[in-house]
Design a protein around this ligand. Structure first.
Ligand code: GLC
Length: 734
């Protein structure tokens, strides 16, 4: 009797107990175990389906196993509006108007790691709330030419600055359970022929200039995704490039995330199978240009791949490797039950964008302390220029947004000063005016049919009658301006702005020029105006941030992330005639990009890398080192006192550069190896310290294929910009 009861009891118990949770669904299990379990349950068709898009921005999960789909979204500055299944144009939803954050050149110009962390966290919350698990950004392609249409999406000319600032952004995004997808890997430094140009360069230039920001993204940022670039490198498309993806990304850097193609960047099934690509997006199908019925089945990593796997022509190990990486993305994001829920379009995010904008605006010139504007001494302000009213969050390519709102510079000034000061506006000039982008309308009706002479005459009149003139010019997001798909055609300002600025300065000496752009522009009028501000594309709170700096509510503290040259041939890419190339482009300036080139050739820049003024002043004491010599195994610390010698609080970016006094290979006069942004009250002094190790002294040795530091003397430069060095000290590597 007893045994029967026992048996019955066990039988009932076995039905009552929940079935053992499958490992892939059990988030108490390590991710790698969950991956293997999920992989073992998937069919080949399900695996292949995961490796390519099933819509414009989405790719398959495994419906049968409850493994979610992957949803990508542009872009680096905010969350793109929803699109229809296979469209670029927005779907017209009413709940997807985002906060537009400043362009990444502005973030770079903050030289502030905390701003980068704030940026990543905020934009990650917006992506999370919109249920996207991969953010297609940030971009960290190096500023090789001031003509590159997409420089506004990137972080400037210096690998150390970009490497330091991309890491907190990635961590911020990924703290939301959203993958950052760092792009475009690699060597996408121009838009001319971007799908076909074959880039050649030395390994030193590759490793010392173009890779460091991506390496930091992977090694320090732990990026969960990387996007392949459109261009070729050594004859192979970057989206399935053996050297970039297998040898460098996977083998040298131990990257364990997913490699996503750029949209339409895949051309070959076999290469895509074997050369490190995991997810294919954006491929047209008949000849790579048009999407047709069942377009997604015709992707290179869809049926063509499946056929070759089934025939044995391509090894199934290639498929399992891809699916492991994609499942790792899934378990880090959509199947991570502990991730936060995000938030969207919030005032906190708008404020974050404004804070970043205010920290990134660069005061380039301020003779006779023309700025800030004193509302008590100013009765009439003339605001001149199309960029005072033009919406900049719409357009420019894939980073274009449908922002919840955008405060124009004119509106920002009217709101800030309107009660105390008469603010009058004149257009001054006009450029091309697009009504919108990808179905997002600017809702602006600002076409102006008047002639240039009429516009100029009106602007001169308004300027003459004012106490203070603020000119808002620069570039915009139209084709051949700061816009994806094309490069600019000139370094100079378009639409005859140069002559207008000169004319305005003649009738009113109290003038400030604000350049809204993501690129350097030439300034033939620089000596004719007392004040110049680099205003960037600042996003939703643009006008408020600019007004705060112009009126002195905020003391500007931005520093240039790239050099402003007087003319195009001041830049290495142009002086060597190696831009944009014909079919292929060879980076003949090699490692001498940006200030590295200007200093090597003793070219005086218009404004130097790292330059930026303040409404206060800073003095630097003498740099002191902990030791004059070091070995490869130890480090040296260098300290320098910095004091705010003005009468108002301000922030300064203390920059440390190192130059190898004698080396077996050509090296730049100096290279950025450290920076700290500090806030100092009026009169306050702080001691700033940096630690130097052998990496900071090293160059990439092509024969050894490794970074090496040669013994000998090195000079440490510390200053307020690359051309404003306040103290130097020599050290020796034994
Ligand atoms: C674009 C861009 C890339 C973007 C992608 C999706 O062509 O090169 O940055 O994320 O396609 O829009």
């Amino acid at each position: 009797m007893k045994k029967t009861f026992l048996l019955a009891g066990l039988l009932i118990l076995s039905f009552a107990l929940p079935a053992q949770t499958p490992t892939y669904l059990d988030d108490t299990k390590p991710i790698e175990e969950r991956i293997e379990d999920a992989l073992s349950r998937m069919t080949m068709d399900e695996k292949v389906a995961m490796c390519h898009a099933q819509s414009k921005f989405g790719s398959a999960g495994v419906p049968r196993l409850g493994i979610p789909e992957n949803w990508m979204t542009d872009g680096p500055h905010g969350i793109r509006p929803e699109v229809l299944w296979d469209e670029w144009n927005q779907a017209g939803w009413t709940n997807d108007s985002c906060i537009a954050f400043p362009a990444l050149t502005c973030l770079a110009a903050t030289w502030n790691r905390e701003m980068s962390a704030l940026y990543g966290k905020s934009i990650g919350e917006e992506a999370r709330y919109r249920n996207k698990n991969v953010l297609l950004g940030p971009g960290v392609n190096i500023y090789r030419t001031p003509l590159n249409g997409r420089n506004f999406e990137y972080m400037g000319e210096d690998p150390h600055l970009a490497a330091e600032l991309v890491v907190p952004y990635i961590r911020g995004v990924q703290s939301n359970g959203v993958a950052a997808c760092v792009k475009h890997f690699a060597l996408n430094n121009q838009e001319v022929d971007r799908h076909t140009v074959d880039v050649n360069l030395s390994d030193r230039a590759l490793y010392e200039i173009y890779l460091p920001a991506f390496k930091a993204a992977v090694r320090q940022g732990n990026a969960w995704a990387i996007m392949g670039a459109y261009n070729l490198y050594r004859g192979q498309h970057a989206c399935h490039n053996r050297r970039l993806l297998n040898d460098i990304l996977r083998d040298e850097w131990q990257f364990d995330g997913v490699v996503v193609s750029d949209w339409g960047g895949v051309y070959d099934t076999r290469q895509a199978a074997y050369n490190g690509l995991d997810m294919e997006f954006g491929t047209g199908t008949n000849g790579l240009t048009e999407n047709s019925a069942n377009a997604y089945d015709a992707y290179f990593l869809a049926k063509p791949y499946l056929d070759k796997l089934q025939s044995g022509e391509i090894a199934t190990a290639t498929l399992d490797a891809k699916v492991r990486n994609i499942l790792r993305l899934t378990f880090r994001t959509t199947m991570n039950k502990n991730r936060p829920f995000g938030s969207f379009g919030t005032s906190e995010h708008a404020q974050a964008g404004r804070t970043i904008a205010q920290e990134g605006i660069v005061l380039l010139q301020n003779d006779n302390n023309t700025l800030p504007i004193d509302p008590n001494k100013t009765k009439k302000i003339a605001v001149i220029g199309e960029n005072a009213i033009r919406m900049m969050t719409v357009g420019g390519g894939s980073s274009s947004l449908k922002a919840k709102y955008e405060i124009s510079p004119l509106k920002g000034l009217q709101d800030r000063l309107g009660a105390q000061v008469e603010v009058r506006y004149a257009r001054g000039y006009t450029g091309e005016i697009s009504d919108g982008y990808n179905g997002v309308s600017t809702k602006q009706h600002i076409r102006d049919r008047r002639s240039a002479d009429e516009l100029t005459a009106e602007a001169i009149k308004v300027a003459r009658e004012a106490d203070f003139v603020i000119f808002f010019g620069g570039l915009n997001k139209e084709k051949h301006q700061d816009c994806e798909g094309d490069d600019r055609k000139q370094l100079g300002l378009p639409y005859n702005q140069d002559s207008l600025i000169t004319a305005l300065a003649k009738v009113n000496k109290n003038i400030a020029v604000v350049i809204i752009s993501g690129n350097a522009v030439s300034m033939p009028w620089r000596k004719e105006v007392p004040a110049i501000l680099q205003g960037w594309y600042l996003g939703t709170e643009a006008g408020n941030a600019l007004a705060a700096v112009l009126t002195g509510d905020i003391n500007p503290s931005g520093k240039l992330p790239f050099t402003f040259g007087e003319k195009l041939t001041d830049y290495g890419a142009h002086a060597t005639g190696s831009y944009p190339g014909q079919g292929e482009v060879t980076y003949k300036e090699d490692i001498f990009v940006g200030y590295r080139w200007f200093e090597k050739h003793k070219i005086k820049p218009l404004f130097a890398f790292g330059h930026g003024l303040s409404y206060t002043t800073f003095s630097y004491g003498k740099a002191v080192v902990s030791a004059k010599t070091m070995t490869r195994d130890d480090t040296i610390t260098v300290h320098i006192p910095v004091r705010n010698t003005g009468n108002r609080v301000g922030k300064e970016v203390v920059q440390l550069y190192i130059g190898d006094i004698k080396s077996s290979v050509p090296r730049p006069e100096k290279e950025l190896k450290g920076f700290e942004k500090i806030e100092l009250q009026a009169g306050e002094e702080k001691l700033i310290g940096f630690t130097i190790d052998k990496e900071d002294l090293s160059f990439f040795d092509e024969e050894k294929h490794a970074y090496i530091a040669e013994s000998g003397k090195f000079k440490i430069f510390i200053g307020s910009s690359s051309s404003d060095i306040r103290s130097t000290v020599d050290i020796e590597l034994k």
